[in-house]
Ligand binder design. Structure first.
Ligand SMILES: [Zn+2]
Ligand SMILES: [Zn+2]
Length: 239
């Protein structure tokens, strides 16, 4: 009987590393082995003080990168935990497009790790996930940003606000667009959702920072709705 339960559980929750297929040890929580986890590239200083873009070589991290100087983002800071490569990028894709929900645990642990080091939670009032368009949410059945935001909320004891902002424009896949085109594409993609954010200091959560256009557009709306600060957090950052 126990064997059967175990076998059934393994179907839902694999006991082999999902990247290199070695059997996972009892103490290895999640679905990735310690060795594959070791290949995850964290974003470490020196990096742009506003958008966390890593700099090669020796810089002090009081510098803003060229992008930030040019684009003038509406978030005060964007924190990313890892580079959007290899294991991290695959985890995000498998969660989003294959609905393999057990990757959430790993993604959340990287995000929480960055949150512990880089965010002063006493200066945060609430957490806001970047919304999906309702059509896309219906297709996917979940919003990965909201799942991540809930994990942060539980870890750091801050409320989550899911109806301050709505996505009103279904944006086409943006991977082929440059930063300026993405910003144009995302203009007016969000609208106020009803819940007030006046005077609040917010942490805005998404899975990936690519050019920052989505987070910027959403932060702009929240600031226009009266939020006094918007700090963006993502699991991964395209470099
Ligand atoms: Zn492995
Ligand atoms: Zn920057």
């Amino acid at each position: 009987m126990l064997e059967k339960i175990r076998a059934a559980l393994d179907l839902i929750y694999p006991r082999n590393c999902q990247f290199c297929t070695v059997p996972l040890l009892e103490q290895e929580r999640g679905v990735i082995c310690t060795s594959c986890l070791g290949m995850v590239k964290r974003i470490e200083p020196p990096f742009c003080r506003r958008c966390s873009l890593p700099f090669a070589g020796q810089f002090d991290d009081q510098i803003e990168c060229g992008y930030c100087q040019e684009l003038k983002f509406h978030f005060s800071l964007a924190i990313a935990a890892c580079r959007a490569e290899g294991v991290v990028r695959d985890c995000i894709h498998r969660l989003k497009y294959k609905r393999e929900m057990y990757y959430l645990k790993h993604l959340a642990s990287w995000l929480i790790g960055a949150g512990r080091v880089r965010v002063n939670w006493q200066e945060v009032d609430a957490i806001v996930p970047v919304p999906l368009h309702s059509v896309k949410k219906r297709e996917r059945e979940f919003n990965q940003a909201e799942l991540l935001a809930r994990q942060l909320s539980r870890e750091f004891g801050k409320p989550i606000i899911t109806n301050a902002v709505r996505r009103i424009k279904e944006t086409q896949t943006q991977t082929k667009l440059d930063a300026h085109a993405r910003r144009a594409n995302l203009r007016d993609a969000f609208a106020a959702g009803g819940q007030p954010v006046t005077g609040l200091r917010l942490v805005l959560v998404d899975d990936v920072f690519t050019t920052g256009a989505t987070l910027d557009s959403c932060a702009n709306l929240l600031r226009n709705q009266g939020a006094v600060d918007v700090l963006a957090m993502t699991v991964a950052r395209g470099i």
